[in-house]
Design a binder for this molecule. Structure first.
Ligand code: FMN
Length: 372
């Protein structure tokens, strides 16, 4: 190989073995709620959206999908707890498989980041605590009326929720997904248990680090026992404070989770970079995911503010195995091809991230003219 050819190696475009899955590149579609699943059921227009973003041997993580009737916190997000929802996912998963993609379903429970209108019988949402979120801005950028005080789960009720995750994972497999990613990030139910600024319990699910991680690890174990640990990933954001969900020692939290996940031997851990101070804005920080990366023995996926240059850089220095791209992939359905050619990227339109149109801002971002 000549020196010039060597320089052409693009780390993001090198193959990677993710357990039993052979990835042809390391550019992952990050999970993104698009709020176009009317009445909590995935819609036929998602077939085009996901297949546009599929490449042979590419990994896609689906948008957050509610695990039970108490899980939702936004309008028009999909669910994976009813038969109708499972059936609705099938053609979408099939289309991704037809193009050779590997598709994971993100299992989600909003916890207290919800309100009465999304809950059965107008009840308050559930959480580890009865403290409401103080912030008035939703993670999707909309400003809400005050969040209601949640219902604090009893230990028995926690066992039920663990079982809801297990059933949802089974449903995801029934829908044809290759595996599931448990959403433990961004201030939703699992993150609420993890973080010491939210979790004020005095039973075995609160207090010490070990106790705060108990429910999240019970969920991971139940899901892994149900569908196989080699089909399970977990997403975490230890450093973030979205949805009023902060921890006083995020590094210790991340490390403890990484070590505990090793015992459960799950496929991957997917972590949001500390630089993401909000869902969308980043700033320089000395905090790093490297200790977590080194501690975790499975595949390590990073996300948050990545572009072609620093995505290549993090893979090249072994800071991650795979890199998930959110907004760039949203706006560039052929992102791997554009990275290959170092082509100009479409700009994303934030105004249509969460609108409900089946086409606009969803499937109408153009491909490169030379693209596939
Ligand atoms: C429209 C939109 C919806 C999102 N929905 C989810 C979601 O359902 N689950 C999740 O874990 N993260 C969600 N995120 C966060 C992204 O997965 C990602 O972490 C974030 O956009 C930062 O990565 P980026 O800088 O590559 O966009 C969402 C982001 C966007 C832009």
């Amino acid at each position: 190989m000549t020196a010039d050819q060597k320089m052409e190696v693009i780390p993001l475009l090198t193959p990677y073995k993710l357990g039993s899955f052979s990835l042809s590149h390391r550019i992952v579609l990050a999970p993104m709620s698009r709020l176009r699943s009317y009445e909590f059921v995935s819609q036929p227009h998602a077939v085009l959206y996901y297949s546009q973003r599929t490449t042979q041997g590419g990994l896609l993580i689906g948008e957050a999908s509610g695990i039970s009737e108490t899980a939702q916190g936004y309008p028009n997000t999909p669910g994976i707890w009813t038969e109708e929802q499972v059936e609705a996912w099938k053609p979408i998963v099939h289309a991704v498989h037809e193009k050779g993609g590997i598709f994971f379903c993100q299992l989600w429970h909003a916890g207290r980041a919800s309100d009465h209108s999304f809950q059965p019988n107008g009840q308050p949402p559930i959480s580890c605590t009865s403290k409401p979120i103080q912030a008035k801005t939703h993670i999707d950028g909309t400003t809400a009326a005050a969040f209601p005080a949640p219902r604090r789960l009893t230990a028995d009720a926690i066992t039920q929720v663990v079982d809801d995750y297990r059933k949802a994972a089974r449903n995801a497999m029934e829908a044809g997904f290759d595996g599931v990613e448990i959403h433990g990030a961004n201030g939703y139910l699992i993150d609420q248990f993890l973080k010491d600024q939210v979790n004020d319990r005095t039973d075995e699910y609160g207090g010490s680090l070990e106790n705060r991680c108990r429910f999240p690890l019970e969920v991971v174990k139940a899901v892994a026992d149900e569908i196989g640990a080699d089909r399970v990933g977990l997403r975490l954001s230890p450093f973030a404070g979205y949805n009023d969900c902060r921890d006083s020692d995020p590094e210790a939290l991340g490390l403890y989770m990484a070590q505990s996940l090793n015992k459960l031997r799950i496929l991957y851990c997917h972590v949001i970079e500390p630089r993401m101070v909000t869902q969308f804005d980043s700033q320089n920080t000395k905090d790093s995911l490297l200790p977590m990366r080194k501690a975790f023995k499975g595949t390590f996926i990073v996300a948050g503010g990545y572009n072609r240059e620093d995505g290549n850089e993090v893979v090249a220095r072994d800071g991650a195995d795979l890199v998930a791209f959110g907004r760039l992939f949203l706006a560039n359905p052929d992102l791997p091809r554009r990275f290959e050619l170092d082509a100009v990227l479409n700009k994303y339109d934030r105004n249509t991230f969460y609108t409900h149109d089946p086409v606009v801002g969803y499937t109408d971002y153009p491909f490169l003219e030379t693209g596939n």
